[in-house]
Design a protein around this ligand. Structure first.
Ligand code: PLP
Length: 394
């Protein structure tokens, strides 16, 4: 079943069915094609495949049926023409940069992005003559002021990590297009089950499939979604030649993850909202950041862009680092780890982990205070998560 032949199918149907082409064995479950290469019926057919005259598989760095099923399913869910799967979320960002940029180009990026993405832009991409300017995610005037004639892409994550600030995707897409730039949105926090940035004018979607698409903390992988022209052209070219491709086994785990993605994201969001509301009522807590809370300064924008708040929240414990560490160290159920997008809830202290290498002044400016704690809310019973936190708050 492919989306263009059956355009009337809804998201839930596409999540379960899109991209699956049955083999002659008539299997109900999608097969894993663990093969590095493919064989031809004749020398002439091999020549036709290699010249591109005849479509078909050659080598699994180029194409693989299991990887293709995952790509077509994710493209259908995001509403994009084309998806290219990659070895990791970072591989997706690197591949996008290599596909779209050249020396002398410029990136404008939200400063509230995944730590490794900052390292990638500053320490690796910069060596190839591409500069990055960082701006506050929600300051539209700052984005506009940072754009130069050589700017090619605007890059952001929404909601941001760990403060859950929301970008106005439509406004930033309009700004990007007015300046001849592409808007690239890392959609790992929401996934297409909660937010489809292409519908708001974004050009390219980045995924760390490692997070909610897998959803159970098993595999590393990523993906890029956009138009056939853009993603199917230069970006796919980098994967095919540069080898940032996804393994068929991981693709299979992810495509099965897509089948339950919406149900899981709604359950993560339900738990996170309940926890956020409970935390807001605790006297030991100064402030809770969660896009589903009415107290969130961008509650209405979040409600327009996202069908639910997602699984990640953060909050400010009164008493700074000492109180934050006490809370974390008193948990028995929650996992103390910086990962997210797992059925298991995780708790972390951003100022001394994910943001530990950021200098203290920049950290304070970004709102990552010493009392801030982040939880990626899993699928355990909400009462048990609350009881685990109540101990450290007492
Ligand atoms: C984890 C993450 C990445 C990197 O993905 P990997 O699969 O770990 O390479 C990029 N962006 C966001 C928002 C992430 O959470």
């Amino acid at each position: 079943m492919s989306q263009d032949k059956e355009p009337h199918y809804r998201l839930d149907t596409l999540a379960v069915r899109a991209g699956h082409v049955r083999t002659n064995e008539g299997e109900q479950g999608e097969a894993i094609f663990t093969t590095s290469s493919y064989v031809y019926e004749s020398a002439a057919q091999a020549a036709a495949r290699f010249s591109g005259e005849e479509p078909g598989n050659i080598y699994s760095r180029f194409t693989n049926p299991t990887v293709r099923t995952f790509e077509q399913r994710l493209a259908a869910l995001e509403g994009g023409e084309r998806c290219v799967a990659t070895s990791s979320g970072m591989g997706a960002i690197l591949t996008t940069c290599l596909g779209l940029l050249q020396a002398g180009d410029h990136i404008v990026s939200s400063r509230a992005i995944f730590g490794s993405t900052v390292v990638l832009f500053n320490n690796i991409i910069a060596r190839f003559g591409v500069d990055t300017t960082y701006v506050p995610l929600t300051d539209l005037a700052a984005w506009e002021a940072a754009i130069r004639p050589e700017t090619k892409i605007l890059f952001l994550e929404t909601p941001s990590n760990p403060l859950t600030e929301i970008a106005d995707i439509q406004a930033l897409a309009d700004l990007a297009h007015a300046h001849g730039c592409l808007l690239v949105v890392d959609n790992a926090f929401c996934s297409p089950a909660l937010q489809r940035p292409l519908e708001f004018g974004a050009d390219i979607i980045i995924h760390s499939a490692t997070k909610y698409i897998d959803g159970q903390g098993r595999c590393i992988g990523g993906a890029i979604v956009g138009t056939e022209d853009c993603v199917g052209g230069d970006i796919y070219g980098v994967v095919r030649t540069g080898g940032t491709n996804l393994s068929p086994f991981n693709a299979w785990v992810f495509l099965k993850g897509l089948e339950t993605l919406r149900i899981r994201m709604e359950a993560h969001s339900r738990n996170a909202l309940a926890l956020a509301q409970w935390l807001e009522a605790q006297p030991a807590i100064a402030r809770v950041n969660y896009p589903g809370l009415k107290s969130h300064p961008q509650f209405e924008l979040a409600a327009r862009q996202q069908s639910a708040g997602g699984g990640v929240l953060s909050f400010e414990v009164k008493g700074g680092q000492k109180a934050a560490w006490k809370l974390i160290d008193n948990t028995r159920l929650l996992s103390i780890t910086a990962n997210l997008g797992d059925t298991k809830s995780t708790i972390t202290h951003p100022a001394t982990t994910t943001h530990g290498r950021v200098d203290p002044a920049a950290r304070a400016e970004a709102g990552v205070s010493d009392g801030l704690v982040r939880i990626a809310v899993g699928l355990e019973a909400i009462e048990d998560i609350q009881a685990d936190l109540a101990r450290g708050l007492a």
